[in-house]
Each structure stands twice: as structure tokens, then as C-alpha cells.
Design a protein around this ligand. Sequence first.
Ligand code: NAD
Length: 352
Amino acid sequence: MKTFVHRGQITKVVFGSGTRSRIPEEADALGCHRVLILCTPGQADQAAPIRDLLGAAAVGTFAEAAAHTPVEVTEKAVAYAGTVGADSVLAVGGGSTVGLGKAIAVRTGLPQLALPTTYAGSEMTPILGETEGRRKTTRRLPDVLLDTVVYDVDLTLTLPVEISVVSGINAMAHAVETLYAQDRDPIAFLMAGEALDSLTRSLPVIARRPDDAEARADALYGAWLAGTCLGTVGMALHHKVCHVLGGTFGLPHAETHAVVLPHVVAYNGPAAPEAMARIMQALSGDDAASGLFDFAGRLGAPRALRDLGMPESGIEQAAELIVRDGYWNPRPVDRAAVRALLSRAWAGRTPW
Ligand code: NAD
């Protein structure tokens, strides 16, 4: 007999093509008439037409969102929000921009909207990661959940293939760790399986034809499901490894997920047969870890942590940090096992 607890999401989700035109009415529905738009410097051009859509309801654009949500950037954005009298924030971008919106909301209580443009899924989670100095901390705060997320497939058409691939694998990692999460429930399991089906189907098409709107819609749908899973259940070894590597060595987020995922799946596989069977169903393969490794390789994803800038001398330090804090994982974790896993991933070797 199944025994479970399921938490529903409060975030309103609008999904489709051309849906960005609904931003003014969605802001209005929240009672927001002084919206501050957030983006990275590289996405200022993508955010400008959204500002035009909002017209007088947009009071400014803060185009300095950065990876891993540095606290100094957030403080500058909070000051700017005060100067322009913003009553809400709208993130136009990926996880970095959504993260900035969350960090502002936690400090000001401002309502949040987002137009996500990658597959990271942060817009569906109550998780806030922030960096101060070289230290990255992560908190789960119900207040951080976004009010409204408008997925517009059109905005993902410009995401370069290399980023699409690793960002999609980042989303697959949320789904994979949901399949064996300690607190998984039947709905989360279904969503995770569906997310894997969508992403394994769409990413190879996107790698060949980045402007294929159907494949882009499929991938964004999978990313939404995977992000919802991430926001609903607890993650395990894979997310811990990526968090430590990103925070300690400044490795790029999605690329790190793409390298590490097959290695953690190989490690956890013997302790999570139901999850492995579902991954294999999505990949139509005989073995989940090799299936993921080959899938990522065929799409041209990076394979080695050394190619992302991790020093070999960092393996020992990372292994220590990864096992230091207790957290649940389907297979017990010890330092020697993590060191071996990291050594293979560092060199770009197969996970088996
Ligand atoms: P990102 O937001 O940094 O985007 C990567 C790059 O792609 C940026 O230069 C961005 O400007 C560009 N880009 C994004 N969308 C584009 C588009 N449609 N067209 C052209 N260029 C585009 O990367 P990300 O992987 O989405 O997010 C990573 C960050 O999100 C990390 O800091 C990570 O910790 C965080 N994250 C948080 C959660 C959470 O639940 N809190 C979940 C996932 C990721």
C-alpha cells in the first residue's frame, strides 16, 4: 500500500506561444502597476519588448542579474526597486534572473512574476540560492514562491544549442532525483517520468533544429514539470555534488549538472531500481547510467569537470564537503565513494 504526502503548488502557470502578451493582465490581476523588469546584461534586448508591452506599468529595468545570485547585486537591485517605487518584479530570463527576483522578494515582500527563458526550473521552486564571497547557501522558503509564471515558448527559440542541451539535462537531473526522492509521491513520480520523456524526445531535435517550435514547446513543458518536482520533493547526492562544485570552484551550473548526472545515477542505481526502470523507459536503453552518458555525449554536452575549470587538487576538498553535512540519499554516501565518483567525472571517464 502506498503512503504519501503531496504538496500542491500555489504558483499560477500560463503556458503557450505568444503568451508574453498576457503579462500586463497578469500583473494587473496581482494588483501590480509599477513593475520592475529584471534580466542579465545579455538579455536586455529580449527584455526591452516586454517593457514596451507593459507601457506605463513598467517603472524600470535592472539588467545586472548574475549567476549564483551574488548578494551585492541583490542589494543594488533592492535599492533600485526603492528608487523607482516598484510594487513587483518580473524576471525575464533563466535561473540567474529568477534567482535575483526571489532574492529581492525575500527582502522586500514584493510580488513576483517570471517569463522563463531556459529549462532550469527555478521559477517553480521555493528554493533560494545566494552567494556571499565564495560561499553559496541555499534555503527553502515558502515566501519565495512566485505568484505567476508565464511560459512563452517563443522566448526560448534564441537559447543557443549548447546552453539548451545542458539546461535541458539540468532539468532532467531534477526529474531523476525526484524518481528516487525519499519524500516522492505518486504525482511527483508521474511528473518526473513525463518530464524525462519530454526532454529526451525534444533535446535531440533542438540540437539539430534550434528553431523547431514543437520541440521547444516539448522541452519547456518538460522543464516546467521538472522544476515543479524540484520544488515539491527533496533532492539527493546529485544536487549536493553540483551545489558544492558550483559554490566552491565557481563551475557553471547547468554544465556541471550535465557532467555529473550519469555518474550519480551509476552510483545510486543499485539502490533505486524503480527509478532506474523509469529512466530507461525514457531513454529506451538497457542501463540508466550509460543511457544518460551516451545521450548527453550525442548532444555534445561537456563530459569532464576539468574542462569546466575544476582543479584536480579540488577533488579531495569537494569529497569532504559533499559528505560533511548529513542528507538523505538512496545509497549511503562515504568519502571514498564520492572521491572515486568525482575522479571519474573530473577526467571525463565513463561512470562504470
Ligand atoms: P542563466 O540564467 O545564467 O542563463 C545562462 C545564460 O544564457 C545567460 O547568459 C543568459 O543571459 C542566457 N540566456 C538565457 N535564456 C536565453 C535565451 N532564451 N536566449 C538567449 N540567451 C539566453 O542559467 P540557468 O542555467 O538558467 O540558471 C542557473 C542559475 O539558476 C544558477 O545560479 C542556479 O543555482 C540557479 N537555479 C536555481 C534553482 C532554484 O530552484 N533555486 C533551480 C535551478 C537553477
